[in-house]
Design a binder for this molecule. Sequence first.
Ligand code: PMT
Length: 401
Amino acid sequence: MIPVLKGKNVVLGVTGSIACYKAVDLASKLTQGGALVDVVMSEDATRFVAPLAFGSITHRAVTTSLFDPDSELSVEHVALADRADILVVAPATANTLAKMSLGLTDNALVATYAATAAPVLVAPAMDGHMWENAAIQENVSRLKHHGVRVVGPDSGYLASGKVGAGRMAAPEVILDYVRAVLGQGGPLAGSRIVVSAGGTREPLDPVRVITNRSSGKMGHALAEAARDMGASVTLVSASETLDAPPALEIVRVETAIEMRDAIEEACQGADALIMAAAVSDYRAAEASSHKLKKTGGPLSLTLVQNPDILASVEGPTVRVGFAAESRDLLENANSKLVSKGLDMIVANDITELGSGFGADTNKAAILTADGEIHQLPVMSKLELAHRVLEQMSNILIAKEE
Ligand code: PMT
């Protein structure tokens, strides 16, 4: 379940492209996320994928015609247009983009587009030379001018066998943009939130680093959740493996010093800083510029302490820490809350199954400076992120009053 999608009416327009098969995956991801997905297919789209495929995934009727005698809705496209929270056209062919840009209404999808007041997102898919064609680019510009968001297309291998720009954006990327659009005007609208993620890497020499087991999943989930709640987000990430979440600003860093510098800059005028990163407490006093060689005996390294970013950063109204503990969870987390002068800390027990480093889930307790303790069950990192942001938002509102 993805909170921002829950119960939202998504109209998914599908037009005649080989990328139709990816739209099935998108319909599935939206449905699994909790959205109510009504698929509207152009006649050409039904040649690539049967309406039954979409109906089986969404458990809802699929519209293929402007005048469907079996429809329970009197004027289908107007009913869909009215109840849509968002209209997503993926894949969007050059032909459909042209019709939309000119206001033509000769099929159920373009008629729905013309009749809706909901935000519209299109994911173009076509051959590379078509995408570069001046008339098609003019149509896309006109759509953008009318407020339509355009996601992609990506570059890569095309159905024609050529390589170039024209591939439909990946379903997970389109999903992220849908989440961002639906989140606009949410409870954190107007707020600027800075989030840190991942484990810093402190070089010893050009080959070796001091690091830890943080994957960055918790921090990335927080950044996505804050974006889904309407905030403007800067994610300072040391994660080596995770992609940049779409529709937010990301600054990639490696060391604690780089993270501090990026956070200090991002925190100017920020409403909140949430530090989910596992920052290395120490770094080598001097990293060797050449690979260290075996000496045949023990090797001593001099380490110096890194700055405590969370304790020293100036700017954000609310500061939230995380505590990764293997024992005395609440006591240790509380002493960090107090010593770093935080508004809130999220304590996770890294010895629990499905909690802490690398997992997709987490089990945490939220402690506030007012002495409240909220013990939470195991849940997905995205759900925990929403719980953390709800608590943070209460503190922010109280502090800004
Ligand atoms: O990334 P994942 O694989 O999803 O795992 C998530 C997580 C376990 C890393 C995350 O949930 C978590 O607990 N992050 C904080 C880990 C940690 O290093 O805690 P700490 O107790 O060492 O530090 C306390 C707080 O001070 C943290 O918010 C930390 O970001 C911050 N800190 C620590 C040291 C330092 N030099 N500067 C800091 O700002």
